[in-house]
Design a protein around this ligand. Structure first.
Ligand code: AMP
Length: 535
């Protein structure tokens, strides 16, 4: 029997110390600001859940923005020994229905914004017994959903006199489904142990380097890969959390950064870009923000440069996956790289970085032979560690895990002698030309550095001599009209000659998945009959 103190207890105790101002502040869906000490209300959630009959191992869903109430619900669920199951509202309704049925969710905490979505699907989720709407009675609209309660009134029936349930540390605490572009989504479970270890690992100085002096704004959603663990590591170290609610545009994020004097934030590149655009348009500055972690997709050089040079904000490029809790690597600078300046420094920061303590990684060829860490030989990226999944829920997708617990990430990467990993592709997207791989990510990052390019995607087009050659598909910024020659001239000399796209196609729009990634399968279908001028 492993140590048996639930994670919720340890973290919330710190978050709730009455003498210190450790709070979660948010912009909930139905009110401007809400200040909350997580601990007491989480205890009430647990007490209330137990009274309604929920307990060990029950899956309880959440369909909600990053708000204080969402965090309270998480800790309350964990505190009763049940499993918080975050649902991603950006998925298609049929996918969410499938996921809820697969997980067997018994109850759901839902934000007002997502009530119409839940109304559409709840009837098809057989296990669902109760809907707790994250609002108060005054704001609860008419709804045809059965067994609905308003969170605040439901919570008011408890006094918080509750002792956290004691469970084995290997008990499941959380659950999240991958938003895979092919096949059905796969369920990943996080144990109390893996969540605690993950929160400790990411807070370390050479990882995210979090401290109790930080004010943390997790823009990355709790419903996609655990808000990168910040809803756990911030309470663990006693930092103040600022929750953005449903507004993630540049102006709204800026307002929170400024009024709450946020020192640390984490977001995907698109949000970083929106914020930078807002700053450029308004001439505003970022006097409080010290560090921003950018991940989820490759961080374009332009974002790193602007944050660092124009606003004096350190960028930490990060890579991870739902299956990894999610943090896998972070790009802070070790002593060998710390003195680098200008382009050399930026080149390192383009990499996704090194694994923090606890996570192992390697790159292999298709026959599982380990490849050298020379910074150029790329292969399949595999990882393992106490915060990395060892199976999917229900045993599906087991081919991604081997007997030594190595998980095949499906990413293609190289690792340099200093241990810095760089993703070059998803395995299914890499272009194979003359038997050698061309990184589509590198071509895309380079292309978006052109001032007229809004978005770029590189795909392989069949070629009679080389097997495949790259086509660059581009969406231009409004009013810009560069030619193919301009774009190619801009890229020339910045990648190997044989990586240069054979052609450039301009389109009005690039297809995206429900979660905002470029949908390469659809794009390849669109260009199925495309004939390259070089063939
Ligand atoms: P998800 O599980 O939905 O968070 O997606 C994980 C996938 O996102 C990874 O396997 C990568 O393909 C991609 N990803 C995450 N972070 C990065 C990054 N910094 N650069 C490139 N790809 C990334």
């Amino acid at each position: 029997m492993a140590a048996a103190v639930p994670q919720a207890d340890r973290q919330c105790r710190e978050a709730a110390r009455p003498t210190r101002d450790r709070v979660a502040l948010d912009r909930g869906a139905d009110r401007a600001h809400h200040i909350c000490r997580i601990h007491h209300r989480a205890l009430k959630v647990a007490e209330r859940l137990e009274r309604d009959g929920y307990g060990l191992g029950d899956r309880i869903a959440t369909l909600a923005w990053n708000t204080a109430r969402h965090i309270e619900a998480w800790y309350g669920i964990m505190g009763v020994g049940a499993i918080y199951h975050t649902l991603n509202p950006r998925l298609f309704p049929e996918q969410i229905t499938w996921i809820m049925n697969n997980a067997g969710d018994k109850a759901i905490f839902v934000d007002l914004t997502f009530l119409p979505l839940l109304e559409k699907i709840a009837g098809a989720v057989k296990s669902l017994k109760q809907v707790i709407v994250l609002t108060d009675k005054a704001h609860l609209p008419e709804t045809a959903l059965p067994k609905v309660v308003a969170y605040e009134e439901w919570l008011a029936e408890a006094d918080g006199n509750f002792a956290w349930k004691t469970v084995d540390e290997n008990t499941a605490a959380g659950m999240c489904y991958t938003s895979g572009t092919t096949g059905d989504p796969k369920g990943v479970l996080y144990s109390h142990r893996s969540n605690v270890l993950h929160a400790m690992i990411e807070a370390m100085p050479d990882a995210m380097g979090l401290s109790s002096r930080d004010t943390i704004l997790p823009v990355v959603p709790m419903f996609h890969a655990n808000a990168w663990g910040l809803a756990q590591s911030a309470p663990m170290i006693g930092a103040k959390l600022v929750m953005p609610g449903c507004k993630m545009d540049g102006a709204s994020i800026y307002e929170l950064l400024d009024t709450e004097k946020v020192t640390f934030s984490a977001a995907v590149p698109t949000v970083g870009m929106m914020l930078l655009q807002h700053l450029e348009e308004t001439g505003k500055k970022l006097p409080y923000l010290q560090k921003v972690v950018i991940g989820g997709a490759s961080c374009p050089r332009a974002i790193t440069t602007k944050f660092q040079d124009d606003y004096d904000v350190q960028v930490v490029h990060a890579w991870g996956m739902t299956e990894m809790s999610p943090v896998g690597t972070l790009c802070t600078l070790k002593p060998d790289y710390a003195g680098l300046k200008g382009d050399a420094r930026l080149a390192v920061q383009q990499k996704q970085g090194f694994t923090p303590f606890g996570i192992e990684m390697k790159v292999t060829d298709d026959d599982d032979n380990e490849l050298p860490w020379d910074g150029k030989t790329f292969g399949r990226l595999k990882v393992r560690g106490p915060t990395v999944a060892r199976a999917y829920y229900g045993g599906i997708g087991s081919e991604q895990f081997d007997e030594q617990s190595w998980f095949d990430t499906g990413d293609i990467a190289h690792i340099d002698p200093g241990g810095y990993m760089q993703i070059t592709d998803r395995a299914k997207d890499v272009i194979k030309s003359g038997g050698e791989w061309i990184s589509t990510i590198e071509l895309e990052n380079l292309a978006v550095g052109h001032p007229d390019v809004a978005e770029a995607a590189a795909i392989g087009i069949p070629h009679s001599k080389w097997g495949e050659r790259p086509l660059l598909v581009i969406v231009l910024k409004p009013g810009r009209e560069p030619t193919k020659t301009h774009i190619l001239a801009f890229m020339d000399g910045k990648v190997a000659k044989w990586w240069m796209p054979d052609d450039v196609a301009f389109v009005g729009e690039i297809p995206h998945t429900a979660t905002g990634n470029i949908q390469k399968i659809t794009l390849r279908q669109q260009f199925r009959d495309y004939h390259l001028p070089t063939d």
